[in-house]
Design a binder for this molecule. Structure first.
Ligand code: GDP
Ligand code: MN
Length: 388
């Protein structure tokens, strides 16, 4: 789960990580009011969306006076913003963060995440902050360092010093960075985050360190035990279809192709998508209907798949282990009738009562194509999608 920058910065403050003076707003008047209260002679207006890369597309604006704060706010609110981290539809801007402007001397990069390869929580740091870290990693990997935290020992002072030297920090800044890293580590563990990224972490002209940007990702499997984090969820920033699927216990992810996939089991779903690609097709989605599926779930799954206009054919691949194939076949038939499925549906069933299941799906009068072999089913669905 993701949260907004202004919410991440509220958590930063609780954990002793310094952030710019600022407050969120949801109207242009409110934004102007916030700027007036903050005082000073310059403010940053930042679009709050669950994606980075805002700076390059007008989602971060520097205002010299209150009229500009209101003007920039009016321009951003109610629009959608498309960045390199969103899809082509972008994300809606419903809130803003108004902050005082700080004079930037240098922009640094600092993040903490789980490194699956080393099975450790690690910090990643670079003096080349402010830009896309993937680009830095690609073009000048020597500018990035990482330190692994041993779970029993925790974050060590020498590790913070190592990062501080790499970032070119001196004197009291070294201690300040240690405090920031400890805050990130504590926050990471306390709230079951999967990533916290500060890009940029700035050094001001007076030498202070501040988290100018803040991004936190939480482990979806842990948010239920952190109600205060769950309360920060903003469904407007998430895919409608994925939200809807979640309510029905379906695991759905939108993709770019034209072949809808309905499969039971995440592993089988991945294998099915691989096979579709191998046969020259492109999956429109990942969809795991789960082990104990029923007619209602199958209907909802069809509705989800077909709500995507690019879907030209559907591949159903179900292994009847817990549920029997004839029950699934009846479910598919009911769904095709209820949901008025008009695109061709290739069905590959395997497992208990498979013969009865296949019999139910032949000669139905609908465009249902029972297949006995997975490779053949994939070939068939690719051909049908191409023909459509
Ligand atoms: P992102 O593009 O979505 O990652 O948004 P950021 O919060 O990282 O802002 C992008 C860029 O805007 C930063 O790298 C800074 O260069 C600039 N920026 C943001 N806040 C300030 C500020 O308070 N003062 C100045 N001078 N620049 C800022
Ligand atoms: Mn950023």
């Amino acid at each position: 789960m993701n949260i907004h920058e202004y919410q991440a910065k509220q958590l930063f403050q609780i954990f002793g990580i310094p952030v710019p003076d600022g407050k969120p707003a949801i109207t242009a008047d409110g934004a102007e009011q916030v700027a007036r209260e903050l005082g000073g002679d310059g403010w940053v207006v930042k679009a709050q969306v669950h994606a980075g890369g805002r700076g390059k597309v007008g989602g971060v604006k520097l205002a010299k006076n209150l009229a500009e704060v209101a003007g920039f706010s009016r321009d951003m609110l109610g629009k959608r913003i498309v960045t390199i981290q969103t899809d082509s539809a972008g994300l809606p801007v419903n809130s803003l963060l108004i902050e005082k402007i700080y004079p930037i001397k240098r922009e640094l990069y600092l993040s903490i995440l789980v490194d699956r390869a080393s099975e450790r929580v690690i910090f990643i740091a670079s003096a080349a902050g402010g830009m896309d870290i993937e680009t830095v990693a690609h073009e000048s990997p020597e500018q990035i360092i990482s330190v692994q935290i041993h779970p029993a020992a925790g974050l060590q002072a020498y590790q913070c010093r190592k990062v501080a030297y790499t970032l070119g920090l001196k004197g009291y800044q070294i201690k300040a960075l240690g405090k920031i890293m400890q805050g990130m580590y504590d926050l990471f563990l306390a709230k079951d985050a999967s990533q916290i990224e500060i890009n940029p972490l700035i050094e001001t002209h007076s030498g202070d360190l501040l988290a100018l940007d803040a991004k936190i990702n939480f482990d979806d499997n842990a948010v239920t035990i952190h109600p205060e984090i769950l309360a920060m969820k903003d469904p407007s920033q998430e895919d409608d279809k994925e939200n809807h699927a979640h309510q029905f216990g379906l695991n759905y992810i939108t993709l770019e192709g034209n072949i809808g996939c309905m499969v039971n089991g995440a592993g089988l779903a991945m294998a099915t998508m691989d096979l579709v690609k191998l046969k020259g097709g492109l999956p429109a989605n990942f969809l795991d209907v789960g082990g104990g599926t029923n007619v209602e779930k199958v209907c909802e799954a069809f509705k989800l798949i077909l709500s995507d206009n690019s879907v030209k054919a559907v591949l159903v691949n179900i292994f009847g282990g817990i549920v029997q194939c004839d029950v699934i076949a009846a479910g598919i038939l009911a769904a095709v009738e209820q949901v008025h499925v008009t695109v061709p549906v290739v069905v590959r069933l395997e497992g208990t009562n498979v013969e009865q299941g296949r019999a139910l799906l032949s000669n139905t009068g609908h465009k249902i194509y029972p297949a006995d072999d997975l490779a053949h089913a994939a070939e068939q669905v690719v051909a049908l999608a191409e023909a459509a």
